[in-house]
Ligand binder design. Structure first.
Ligand code: SF4
Length: 301
């Protein structure tokens, strides 16, 4: 479904159709990942599902916790899970189990310690993630992608010019956070742990809400990040703020306006034609009026 060589210009019915496809693809992914056999991908699987998998293999329950801990601690392949017997690793492999970790395809580091990673997913596609250490060394922010490509076509954005390929699964988002932490860990002076996550990489996160919301849950529950350390950035997707409200998002929302007027905004963010500034601001007002949202921060960009 990838579209290549997208051109600048006004928002059209074809663009709206591509955005609709991205949203439908996200819903399909959520349905299909719920149907996957338990434990196929270890990263992000509930412990109870991994225990069920071990029981099917006639193994004690504690093997599930060992496997999960090893993957969260950096094991990229089953061969690296030294706490499991070799024979069990082989049986897991035969059963189609994989860690869910990506391969580091490329890595560049700037003088200020910022690290850019290209991560190759299981289907060979590549996404970009960035690790940004603070100057005082106390914070490490991971900037993660939520889609391979993006159908929104913002004129200043290289990702938007490449078109949309597919949505990411929850474990493919969490994997980026682990990869950033590991990459910075490998450098001598940087902070050792990701302290903040911003969804400002490739993709519009509100087009892939099921995976993004599940990834946020995993980041809170599996990696111990607080809601105030998590930020979703959006240029605005019609109807998405209502869905966020229904899911009681526990994260900062960053609304990327990019321009003070509808006319200028449409030139920079063509999708604004289908979701005018007035409508976006009206939806934001309604969203921010919820009591539980008042405890979360809102950022305008
Ligand atoms: S929504 Fe984000 S990723 Fe997509 S084109 Fe706009 S700036 Fe780029």
């Amino acid at each position: 479904m990838a579209t290549r060589g997208v051109r600048d210009g006004p928002w059209t019915d074809l663009d709206a159709e591509l955005v609709g496809r991205a949203t439908r693809d996200a819903a399909r992914l959520a349905r299909e990942s719920a149907r996957h056999s338990p434990g196929t991908v270890v990263l992000g699987r509930p412990l109870a599902e991994l225990e069920a998998l071990m029981a099917e293999l006639g193994e004690p329950r504690y093997r599930a916790a060992q496997l999960r801990t090893a993957v969260l601690s950096g094991a990229r392949a089953l061969e690296e899970v030294a706490t499991l017997p070799r024979a069990l690793r082989a049986r897991l492999r035969e059963a189609g189990v994989r860690t869910g970790r990506s391969r580091v395809h490329g890595r560049r580091q700037a003088a200020d310690g910022t690290i850019k990673l290209l991560l190759q997913l299981a289907d060979g596609r590549v996404v970009e993630s960035v690790g940004i250490p603070s100057r005082d060394g106390r914070r490490l922010t991971a900037c993660v992608s939520s889609q391979v490509g993006c159908p929104m076509r913002c004129t200043f954005c290289a990702t938007g010019k490449g078109g949309f390929a597919r949505n990411l699964l929850p474990h493919e988002i969490v994997d980026q956070v682990l990869a950033v932490g590991e990459a910075v860990h490998a450098s001598p002076d940087g902070p050792r742990r990701v302290s903040h996550v911003v969804f400002m990489g490739m993709g519009e996160p509100l087009l892939n809400l099921p995976s993004v919301v599940e990834a946020l849950r995993l980041l809170r529950e599996e990696l111990g990040l607080g809601g105030r350390a998590l930020t979703l950035s959006t240029v605005g997707v019609p109807g998405a703020l209502r869905q966020l409200a229904a899911r009681r998002l526990q994260a900062t929302l960053a609304v990327s306006l990019h321009a003070p007027t509808q006319e200028l905004r449409e030139r920079i963010v063509p999708s604004a034609r289908a979701y005018p500034l007035d409508a976006l601001m009206h939806d934001c007002d309604r969203y921010f009026a919820y009591d539980w949202v008042k405890g979360c921060r809102v950022v305008w960009l």
